[in-house]
Design a protein around this ligand. Sequence first.
Ligand SMILES: Nc1nc2c(ncn2[C@@H]2O[C@H](COP(=O)(O)OP(=O)(O)OP(=O)(O)O)[C@@H](O)[C@H]2O)c(=O)[nH]1
Length: 334
Amino acid sequence: MRLAPRALCSAAQAAWRENFPVLGRDVARWFPGHMAKGLKKMQSSLKLVDCIIEVHDARIPLSGRNPLFQETLGLKPHLLVLNKMDLADLTEQQKIMQRLEGEGLKNVIFTNCVKDENVKQIIPTVTELIGSSHRYHRGENLEYCIMVIGVPNVGKSSLINSLRRQHLRKGKATRVGGEPGITRAVMSRIQVSERPLMFLLDTPGVLAPRIESVETGLKLALCGTVLDHLVGEETMADYLLYTLNKYQRFEYVQHYGLGSACDNIERMLKSVAVKLGKTQKVKILTGTGDVNVIQPDYPAAARDFLHTFRRGLLGPVMLDLDVLRGHPPAETVS
Ligand SMILES: Nc1nc2c(ncn2[C@@H]2O[C@H](COP(=O)(O)OP(=O)(O)OP(=O)(O)O)[C@@H](O)[C@H]2O)c(=O)[nH]1
């Protein structure tokens, strides 16, 4: 089953490295109006806020966070919630925590907001953070107001709903969705706890307008923070295959009944398409006119591969192992 590391860097790596710089520029341009507006509104609401909860995807704890958050919202006490822990391989959790602490992030909680795991730790941690931040202007006001920020689709709304389930036994207050960009406006305050009386402000997901590197862009895309069609499903599938092979996560072989691991995305998607019965009719122009041929539906196979990964069916994965192990970052996309 093991592929030699050299083989992993050939076919699989080439395509996404070539494609992404162009696609990445499209993604970088995709900094929609609502994100810029959202960030401005977040800044102006800051004076009402006692603490910031930044939610990020636990599969990329070391990359893809928006540096604008640090610059503009960094004055308040800050808790980093690494959500979707059920999808992340946390074998190296200790090292990840040490690394984050080295970057000044001392308050970090891993959560699963679908199953409410570790969510109960959040309110006591936030209360303690605010308590130790000398809020001299609080006066009689015993309410806490917390702003929830993060890049799109990391589970900000799910966290708010989970906190309400845990502390108020109430259901959904805010919309959750599988696509990035569900929350479009800084919403009115949502109560999440009675004692202490705590309100959260949900905010739209805001990506950095500039993507730090090709690999960061692809990791963000795999985590669903960018609309798939902007990067290209086949490019993302290519990077996913490269990553799974690199970290020896071969669950995909069994999941798709492939027989052996593969480092060629075209071959892999062809096998997946055949297994799934996804074929498409394509017209080919020949010397004697148009001929219809049946071809594997590569886009459908790529979509299935991505969807299967995002549901956790290919096992938990830590996309930032390369950063943790100190590999140099790939080229910047601007
Ligand atoms: N597996 C898993 N999925 C989660 C978890 N938390 C949220 N999700 C899913 O992730 C998707 C996005 O969740 P949202 O809560 O809408 O994310 P958001 O950050 O508010 O999204 P935007 O409004 O686009 O910024 C939804 O399909 C959720 O069901 C988690 O802990 N584990």
